[in-house]
Design a protein around this ligand. Sequence first.
Ligand SMILES: CC(C)(COP(=O)(O)OP(=O)(O)OC[C@H]1O[C@@H](n2cnc3c(N)ncnc32)[C@H](O)[C@@H]1OP(=O)(O)O)[C@@H](O)C(=O)NCCC(=O)NCCS
Length: 168
Amino acid sequence: MRLEPIRPDHADAVQRLARDPLVTAMTNLPEPYPEGGAAWWIADLLPRREAGREYVFALRVEDGDVAGVVGLADVEGAGGAAELGYWVGVPYWGRGYATSACVMAVDFAFGWLGLAEVNAYPLRENAASRRVLEKAGFRLEGIIPNKYPKWSPERSLAHYRITRAEWS
Ligand SMILES: CC(C)(COP(=O)(O)OP(=O)(O)OC[C@H]1O[C@@H](n2cnc3c(N)ncnc32)[C@H](O)[C@@H]1OP(=O)(O)O)[C@@H](O)C(=O)NCCC(=O)NCCS
């Protein structure tokens, strides 16, 4: 598997996979996922990549399919932090793709961007995502109240972090 900086020709695959309720339920993606949502999202984020604030990649797997996405958002620049997010399309679950993608994104964050830490905030009950983070070397910092507008404040997030020193 390799990571490709996301671009407009990834939109069809992203649209097809992202509209599955099993994917939207556990992510910040809108529900239901709107028609044309992927093309709009990719166009919208390109200026943030130009500004060095957000880096999103498509997961290109062995058979040539796009299987999901991984990204670093709220990138603060060298010495700062960023937030990791990811999802994998349902047909591709359970093959280690999310773990590999997170490891590659973390390598990019520390090795290329020079960040000091990467954080991730899966829903507390998202056991598969929490397992991915643990396999990728993240440590549980604590359980915190939800901070995303998509869900009510009663929901809880599991805050995971990896620092540059831990990555080294
Ligand atoms: C979570 C998600 C990214 C995992 O993708 P994936 O490519 O299947 O992940 P991997 O194959 O790398 O690893 C999954 C791990 O979770 C484990 N797992 C799967 N379902 C689980 C469950 N219900 N409870 C506990 N562990 C679970 C798997 O066994 C595997 O661990 P193992 O290698 O020790 O056996 C994918 O299911 C997904 O996109 N879900 C919907 C969106 C989402 O949750 N995104 C993350 C938002 S924070």
